[in-house]
Ligand binder design. Structure first.
Ligand code: PEP
Length: 252
């Protein structure tokens, strides 16, 4: 991590949780306290966002979404605009998660448009990139990630852009790249983000995601260009998530 960038620990609940999960959110808010030294975010499924945002008002956890449409409104059945997310209290939105790239054939141009829509609505855009196992095995990991970045990053709004590097093969598998591989990839992403935005790119937070747990978070968060994590499975239970948040706080 870097002293100049505020750490972020963001939980991606994916298609998990229900109204009873408010209990888990409450436990997380109680554990995090109202003024944590890192940014803490929970991204539940769409229907829970309004309810969670209301409950977290003034507390130390912000609420985000897992996707948005690139248009402000219109005839897009089943989609949700960034403007509506902001209206119901979301502070951020994840765009280009590998599960959306795979399940909904989302390509870089679309991810970029969604990120821009998020920024236009006053949200933080968490732009996800990451290689598949086959791409890593073929020695193409860095080229794939840098191509995704250059196609997915919005042109401006750098202050509200966060990048999440999530190797697809590490998501939900319990497998994590070596510290050396994460270090190398995050350094390459940092250079690309600075190329894209100029000096302001040094302020963009780079999150690592993929099987982060309380037991490995400290080592990962200590890496120079890792400014926090995007957490899937381990963000569903307060104990696990708080262990990871505390690993982030310990870096500050
Ligand atoms: C994710 O899908 O964003 C993720 C990082 O999942 P997990 O932590 O479960 O690997």
């Amino acid at each position: 991590m870097s002293a100049a960038r505020r750490m972020m620990v963001a939980g991606n609940w994916k298609m998990n949780g229900n109204t009873a999960s408010m209990t888990e959110l409450q436990a997380m808010m109680d554990g995090v306290g109202d003024t944590p030294a890192v940014d803490v975010l929970i991204c539940p499924p769409f229907p829970l966002i309004g309810r969670f945002s209301g409950a977290s008002e003034g507390r130390g956890i912000g609420i985000g979404a897992q996707d948005c449409h690139f248009n402000k409104s219109g005839a897009h059945t089943g989609d949700v605009s960034a403007a509506l997310l902001a209206d119901v209290g979301a502070k951020a939105v994840i765009v280009g998660h590998s599960e959306r790239r795979a399940d909904h054939t989302e390509v870089d141009d679309l991810v970029q448009a969604k990120a821009q829509a998020a920024l236009d609505a006053g949200l933080t855009a968490i732009v996800c990139v990451g290689e598949t196992e086959a791409e890593r095995d073929a020695g193409e990991a860095e080229a794939v990630v840098l191509a995704q970045l250059s196609g997915s990053l919005p042109a401006s709004g750098v202050e509200h852009v966060v990048v999440a590097y999530e190797p697809v093969w590490a998501i939900g598998t319990g497998r994590v790249p070596s510290i050396e591989d994460i270090t190398t990839m995050h350094a390459a992403i940092r250079r690309a983000v600075v190329d894209h935005y100029g000096d302001a790119g040094n302020g963009v937070r780079l999150l690592y995601g993929g099987s982060v747990k309380p037991g490995n978070a400290a080592e990962i968060f200590a890496i120079e260009d890792v400014d926090g994590g995007l957490i899937g499975g381990a963000s569903l239970k307060a104990d696990d998530f708080l262990g990871i948040v505390n690993a982030g706080i310990a870096q500050v």
